[in-house]
Design a protein around this ligand. Structure first.
Ligand code: ZN
Length: 427
């Protein structure tokens, strides 16, 4: 049990204006990784580092790549086995065509209780909320057992090198649980889909469009692969069904390109084609078997398509010296994550959410991968993903966050840490 006066001691330290101001300042730092435009996470990271130093935290800034730093914000309350990590990324995706935005994407414009701008929702609002929550807990002076670590990381939107660097430097070693601060609209997400991305390359033989018999067109192999992926998906839907938190598995060809490089031309049979596949998995699906199935699909495609080419050659009395070849390469492999509902961090998050919202918490799954995927898979850290913001708004134009929900999120983050680190609160 946590005494009411302790809850108030923490709540009193959360000032909505400070949170909104920090969010706005972060949004005004254009932190799209764009070497040509000269923008990166550096400015937002420097702002966070200074903000945290001003509040007495131990702060380290580490370059993952030039101009792409991680910021590690630490505070040890007292001796204890637990270290709670809050994770929030500083990078944002491109605003795209700025003329389609109603407000400046880096202006942090506030209208009717909403702040607009790239990163308001994903995830600078939540990053500010976790920092304000950590500072509130520290300022409350409540004797807690253990530590908090804020991982303010770069490159979440692309290759997630920030979190991998954080782990490689040993920062995750003492972490016993993590709150991944992402827009989940107040839901407590305890599962995440796995992601396996692969590239099929079909090698044919380039020729004139008027003389296709002097080449080998990769197109029939492309069709065969896409059909094969649909069959794999259909089998997975039957075998694994719909997960209550995560929905359905999927095998999605997202990029189909021929030629695989250079400009396409109507009267040229391309020499090579590529297909990129984005596979999203449920906890029971085995990624090794999926990799094997992709290799088998490549082999079957070679056999089927070349058999048809040889049949055509026989009919026409010719003998082309070539056939198609298909190779498949796995580009990235991220497992599902699943945190048990009885893990202390989940219990703490649920208590905090109930305490602030007055409702029973709702559990859910995250459709995409996050930095939490690496904390879970490489360090076996139980993770909870939660935060303010409509789940469909990330990466859209006119991205926004509701400021009341954001303030409540800072309160929930702070109470989660209070409950997790208060001696005997959940034991
Ligand atoms: Zn995000």
């Amino acid at each position: 049990m946590i005494a009411e006066k302790l809850v108030h001691a923490v709540m009193d330290q959360i000032d909505p204006d400070t949170l909104i101001d920090l969010t706005a300042r972060l949004v005004r730092c254009n932190s799209v990784w764009d070497p040509q435009a000269g923008t990166s996470e550096a400015e937002a990271a420097a702002l966070v580092a200074q903000w945290a130093r001003d509040r007495g935290f131990d702060v380290a800034v580490e370059a993952v790549f030039p101009k792409r730093p991680n910021v590690i914000v630490r505070w040890k309350f007292g001796p204890g086995p637990r270290t709670l990590m809050f994770e929030g990324h500083t990078d944002v995706v491109t605003p795209g065509d700025r003329s389609r935005w109603r407000h400046d994407p880096f202006g942090a414009h506030i209208e009717k209780g909403r702040m607009f701008g790239r990163g308001t929702n994903d995830t600078k609002g939540n990053l500010a909320a976790m920092l304000v929550a950590m500072a509130a807990l520290k300022a409350s002076g409540i004797p807690l057992a253990g530590s908090v670590i804020g991982g303010v990381l770069c490159d979440e939107e692309d290759m997630m090198t920030g979190v991998q660097h954080f782990i490689a430097q040993g920062h995750a070693d003492p972490v016993t649980a993590a709150v991944v601060c992402e827009p989940q609209d107040g839901l407590i997400c305890i599962a995440q889909k796995g992601a396996l991305r692969a590239r099929f390359t079909v090698h044919g033989h380039m020729s004139h469009g008027a003389m296709p018999l002097s080449g080998i067109n990769p197109a029939p192999a492309v069709a065969r692969i896409i059909d094969g992926l649909a069959q794999l998906e259909s089998a997975a839907l039957k075998t694994f069904g719909e997960d209550t938190l995560l929905g359905w598995p999927s095998f999605t060809p997202t990029v189909v390109q021929a030629p695989s490089q250079g400009a396409p031309q109507l009267n040229v049979v391309p020499g090579e084609a590529k297909i990129l596949v984005d596979i999203r998995t449920l906890p029971n699906q085995n990624h090794a078997s999926i990799r094997e199935a992709l290799v088998t699909l490549a082999r079957q495609t070679i056999a089927d398509v070349n058999a048809r080419y040889r049949e055509t050659d026989r009919q026409l009395g010719i003998q082309r010296p070539w056939g198609v070849d298909v190779t498949v390469q796995v580009l990235s492999d991220r497992p599902c994550t699943q945190t048990d509902g009885n893990e202390p961090v989940v219990v703490s998050a649920a208590w905090a959410s109930r305490r602030i919202s007055g409702r029973e918490p709702e559990y859910a799954g995250v459709p995409g991968a996050t930095d939490g995927t690496f904390l879970w898979s490489l360090k076996h850290i139980p993770i909870v993903t939660m935060g303010a913001g409509d789940r469909h708004v990330p990466h859209q134009v006119d991205e926004w966050v509701d400021l009341d929900q954001l303030v409540d999120t800072a309160r929930i983050f702070a109470l989660t840490a209070l409950h997790y680190l208060y001696p005997g609160a959940d034991r």
